[in-house]
Design a binder for this molecule. Structure first.
Ligand SMILES: [Zn+2]
Length: 341
């Protein structure tokens, strides 16, 4: 082990749902689930949001926190991507994480010792049609998510996934079915919309998806305007809906529905049955296993801490590749598919 300076972590509140990481000297929490006095919030998915007293976040996340979660403007410390600010002796830079609109990684450098740390939050390496791609800085310590931290999770190419999506829509329409594309209303729904638009496939959205897309547009994202579905789905259109739409009363009003879930978990053979859908298509907003390994190559850290997901397995795979990698929750019993929603 090296005795080079490092940015130290306090133990979080426990494994629980989501990481609880505290940078001790900077006194800054990273995506804590419980309200804290000062926290970095990487993005506006509900499992990363709590009512902290002070929140460091990107401008788009700030907009979504205010409009979606009614978090007061005066709690927000808004910082542009790539801008560097001094936070009590620590130089903080937010980098795009490529996960959803506004998602950020945090790069932090101890001004005194020069030690650096990169916290990824949720991220992906591959590019999107709807958001900015991730960008990187090297760091001594890398704290990385492990959602798809098992070797079996290898996504097909982006073009193969888009083909699956377009084929599903076209085959459904050819069979006089209504294609319903299911994905989280923040992030996945906008990516589905961007893919459909690129392939000239018309679509409408449920009200909740349309509201979220409009919130992203209002925050400055270049997305197609979101038309909401009211009475009937126009002929030749797909419907973009959140996963819970399958249990909504409006679902039963749709003639001859054919459903597809858009999720990285579609890589699991049982996904279609587990979600109760006609198809599962592996469109993900997380890094797959090869990209998790590639992240370590890019960042070149002296130590890696894995959080959220298959932390122990990913750390072991990284150690097998000569990285000093350990799970933040190393003593926990791993439950396979604990995060399988
Ligand atoms: Zn997320």
């Amino acid at each position: 082990m090296s005795d080079a300076p490092e940015i130290r972590l306090s133990p979080g509140p426990g494994p629980g749902p989501g990481p609880g990481l505290h940078l001790r000297e900077a006194d800054l929490w990273l995506d804590p689930r419980r309200p804290q006095h000062r926290a970095f919030v990487s993005h506006a998915h509900a499992d990363h949001v709590a009512r902290h007293q002070r929140i460091l976040c990107s401008p788009v996340t700030a907009h979504l926190l205010q409009t979606r979660y009614r978090i007061a403007r005066e709690r927000l410390c808004i910082q542009e991507f790539h801008e560097c600010r001094n936070w009590q002796g620590f130089l903080c830079t937010l980098l795009p994480a490529g996960h959803i609109a506004g998602s950020a990684m945090l790069h932090i450098v101890d001004e005194t010792s020069g030690a650096s740390l990169l916290y990824t939050g949720d991220y992906k390496l591959r590019s999107s049609r709807s958001i900015e791609s991730a960008s990187w800085k090297t760091a001594d310590t890398l704290i990385m998510e492990s959602t798809f931290g098992l070797p079996r999770y290898v996504l097909p190419s982006a073009s193969a996934i888009e083909s699956q999506l377009c084929d599903f829509v076209k085959e459904s329409m050819a069979g006089a079915h209504t294609p319903i594309l299911l994905g989280y209303s923040l992030g996945k729904a906008q990516e589905i919309a961007a893919i459909l638009a690129a392939h000239h496939i018309p679509f409408v959205n449920t009200a909740s998806v349309a509201q979220m897309t409009e919130a992203c547009r209002a925050a400055g994202l270049a997305l197609p305007a979101a038309s909401a579905w009211h009475e009937e789905i126009p002929h030749g259109h797909a419907l973009i809906a959140p996963p819970q739409f399958l249990r909504h009363k409006d679902f039963s009003r749709i003639p001859r529905p054919r459903t597809a879930m858009l999720t990285g978990w579609a890589l699991h053979p049982s996904a279609r049955f587990r979600y109760g859908v006609d198809a599962a298509i592996p469109l993900s907003d997380h890094a797959d296993f090869p990209d998790l390994l590639r992240t370590a190559e890019i960042v070149q850290p002296r130590r890696i801490i894995t959080v959220h997901g298959s932390t122990r397995e990913l750390a072991a795979s990284l150690r097998a590749r000569n990285f000093n990698a350990w799970s933040h929750f190393g003593d926990d019993q791993l439950e396979l598919f604990a995060d399988f929603p």
